[in-house]
Write a protein that binds this ligand. Structure first.
Ligand code: CTP
Length: 395
């Protein structure tokens, strides 16, 4: 929900304590959140709590009593991509249905041009009363989305329908609403990134210069198109920005393989951009190897080929993408790798290209598919290369 503006309206119900969790969940999912409250809502949760969690000031009055500044419901309505009133009391719902504009929550409703959602919270008798049901029906006809309350124990001690839906479920529903229509919505993408480190002793390793940038850009690009991303990365200085990216940090090729095997069955797309070390020491010294004036010989053994291992688990419909980093006979080597690792696509980058590959912010790639297709791209930022790769897959 990165970049989405959610306006949360809070009204005077005991369920307002749950709004703190709701605001935090929305912020965690990447949304920018602002809060408007009624006077009565302040009795149940303080504006300070919600302002701290939303990272934005909370508005209650039509104007700021200290300096007379106008809290414009019109601009709040324009700012919002979604106006979510949670909890919504029977009183506020009835006022909304009648167009009453006696507080900021209600005036903002009348000004809002975005979708409006309400999460009712009240006692079971109030909820099932004909007047409330009539109100809800009128709101539905006005295009308001009602998040049905759930059955359970109510503040009155009675048990029945009237509990506000759980905050995490509301936040998930909001996220799903914004993901709708996105090309990778509902898809899981597994991405491997960065180098692997193969331990020689407690302070030394065999590794490579991979920065992980290409894999992290791919993760952001997939998440921006609605995917849930499982990013498995070797040691890098990077952190994912998008909340739909779940990062597993590993160190060695064996750890990367183990993590990838666990996730691969639920992945729809798997992009292997990691620069996996091909060899590891046969044994890791338990303590630091001391300097000597004689030669030191390290015996190495091959690491597992993660792409080839996953290929054996591949099910129909799953798409796998590999990278080929080459220094010579680029096309032949890349096509050979695509066949050997049973990949659907291979992204070739050559170390001969200046400002490309390890450590750079730019890359110059050629994408091959296993049906004979080939597209060569110019030197671009890694974020743009990630877009090119995704556009190829989505085609
Ligand atoms: N790869 C992998 N596991 C390995 C080595 C590579 O999954 N042990 C994946 C990489 O993530 C990449 C593709 O295989 O998607 C090709 O990686 P590359 O290092 O170019 O190829 P190698 O198979 O290691 O062959 P070589 O080093 O001989 O070129």
């Amino acid at each position: 929900m990165k970049g989405k503006h959610i306006l949360v309206g809070v009204t005077g119900s005991i369920a307002a304590y749950k709004t703190a969790t709701l605001v935090r969940a929305l912020v965690r999912k990447g949304a920018e959140v602002k809060v408007v409250m009624t006077d009565k809502a302040k009795e149940f949760i303080t504006p300070l709590t919600l302002a701290t969690l939303a990272k934005n000031p909370v508005l209650v009055d039509f104007f700021d009593p200290t300096d007379g500044r106008w809290n414009s419901h019109v601009s709040l309505g324009e700012w919002s991509d979604l106006y979510l009133i949670a909890p919504a009391t029977a009183n506020t719902l009835a006022k909304m249905a009648d167009g009453v504009a006696d507080n900021l929550v209600c005036t903002t409703y009348l000004s809002a041009k975005c979708p409006v959602w309400v999460a009712p919270a009240m006692d079971l008798d109030m909820y099932r009363h004909a007047a409330t049901q009539r109100t809800l029906e009128r709101l539905r006809q006005d295009g308001v989305h009602i998040i049905e309350p759930t059955d359970g124990e109510l503040a009155s001690g009675l048990v029945g329908k009237g509990r506000m839906e759980e905050p995490e479920r509301i936040a998930d529903a909001v996220e799903a609403f914004f993901a709708q229509g996105q090309p990778l919505s509902g898809k899981t993408v597994l991405i491997t990134a960065g180098p692997t480190y193969e331990k020689i002793d407690p302070v030394r390793f065999i590794g490579n210069y991979s920065s992980g940038k290409m894999g992290f850009c791919l993760a952001e690009a997939c998440a921006n198109r609605g995917a849930r991303v499982e990013l498995i990365s070797g040691p890098t200085a990077l952190s994912p920005q998008h909340p739909a990216i779940h990062l597993t940090r590993i160190e060695s090729a064996d750890e990367m393989l183990q993590a990838a095997q666990a996730i691969f069955p639920k992945a729809d797309i798997c992009i292997m951009s990691a620069a996996v070390a091909d060899f590891k020491p046969v044994s890791t010294a338990a303590s630091k190897i001391k300097r000597k004036d004689s030669r030191l010989q390290l015996e190495l053994q091959p690491n597992p080929d993660i792409a080839a291992t996953l290929a054996k688990l591949k099910r129909p419909g799953q798409i796998t993408v590999g990278f080929a980093l080459e220094t010579d006979h680029e096309e032949t080597n890349a096509l050979d790798k695509m066949a050997r690792k049973q990949l659907d696509y291979i992204v070739l980058n050559s170390l001969k290209n200046a400002n490309s590959c390890f450590g750079y912010d730019t890359n110059m790639v050629t994408i091959y598919d296993n049906k004979g297709g080939k597209t060569a791209y110019t030197l671009k930022s890694k974020a743009e290369v990630a877009e090119d790769i995704l556009n190829t897959l989505l085609k």
